[in-house]
Write a protein that binds this ligand. Structure first.
Ligand SMILES: [Zn+2]
Length: 302
């Protein structure tokens, strides 16, 4: 475990927001906690808020190498099952993006943490020259089997050339990154002048998060940063970007998948719901979910 200073302003003055809920142990709990579909709800290290700038983050936390080892070896068959919901979500994500960029016309897009490549596949269909970066070897291999361009490892390791991309996207990724401002600066370097960064993450200041308090389902061990639209905008501006748009954006999920989440959240109480969904055709039905606690921010390289 390591203590870190604020990634946005460098301060070490913090206030405890949610105390640690994980019993004492020496190592991360193996790959389980780091799957996209991990059910580790309610299990997290101490979550603090910076007294200077208001950034919320996990502290202390596993050190960088422990986190990276966990992501490199992660495998997640449940995510493959949930593919249909992700396709609809990413089609919905691409629409407002293209409202800002205009049609792709073969311009180059990079998806950081592309996982099994669902967004890459949709972006490529829309005419983008789509590339992905993914630390999980299993997920990168799944994406390559669909014929997608995926670089293994991290953005830092890839050391891509300056000013080589028109758009860089991070869907539900920035909250897992050990040094988000460092990652955003690396993205600034590889974007062309006027290029667009698009980040989707949870909003700790949203009404739903405030109402749920310690029961907000995104408080999880694998999430180490909890941005608000305000702290995210401040970080982007510090890294040389100008925010052009920021607002809530939901997602699509199958009822079958929501049933498994329900059980994860409520234990045995959720089982009849999961059973009923599995016994009927409703399992594969996709529904839009927008509780206002996820947002997308678009910002331009000056
Ligand atoms: Zn701070």
């Amino acid at each position: 475990m390591e203590y870190v200073s604020c990634n946005l302003c460098g301060s070490t003055h913090t206030r405890l927001v949610f105390p640690n809920t994980i019993p004492d142990r020496k190592q991360p709990q193996g790959m389980e906690a780091f799957r996209c579909t991990s059910s580790g709800y309610g299990r997290h290290h101490a979550i603090v808020k910076c007294s200077e700038c208001g950034l919320v983050y996990s502290n202390p936390r596993w050190d960088d190498s422990e986190l990276m080892d966990s992501y490199e070896t992660v495998q997640d068959p449940l995510y493959l099952q949930e593919r249909e919901g992700r396709v609809l979500t990413f089609e919905q994500h691409l629409r407002p993006l293209e409202a800002i960029t205009g049609p792709a016309n073969g311009r180059r897009l990079l998806d950081v943490g592309c996982y099994i490549g669902v967004f890459l596949e949709i972006a490529a269909k829309h005419g983008w020259d789509a590339w992905g970066i993914e630390p999980s070897q299993w997920a990168a291999e799944q994406a390559r089997q669909f014929g997608l361009n995926v670089i293994g490892g991290t953005l830092e390791e890839a050391n891509l050339p300056d000013e080589s991309f028109d758009v860089v996207t991070l869907w539900d990724v920035i909250e897992h990154v050990a040094d988000p401002i460092g990652e955003i600066r690396r993205i600034h370097r590889i974007l062309k002048p006027g290029g667009l960064i698009v980040i989707h993450t949870m909003d700790i200041d949203s009404l739903f998060a405030r109402v749920m308090g310690p029961r907000w389902p995104w408080l999880m061990e694998m999430h180490i940063y909890y941005f608000s639209q305000r702290t995210m905008a401040a970080m982007l501006e510090k890294a040389g970007f100008t925010v052009t748009r920021s607002g809530p954006q939901g997602r699509y999920q199958t009822l079958g998948y929501l049933g498994t989440r329900f059980t994860a959240l409520f234990g045995r109480l959720g089982r009849p719901v999961e059973w009923a969904l599995n016994a009927t055709r409703l399992r594969q039905t996709t529904v839009p979910i927008n509780l206002g606690d996820l947002f997308t921010v678009y910002a331009r390289k000056a």
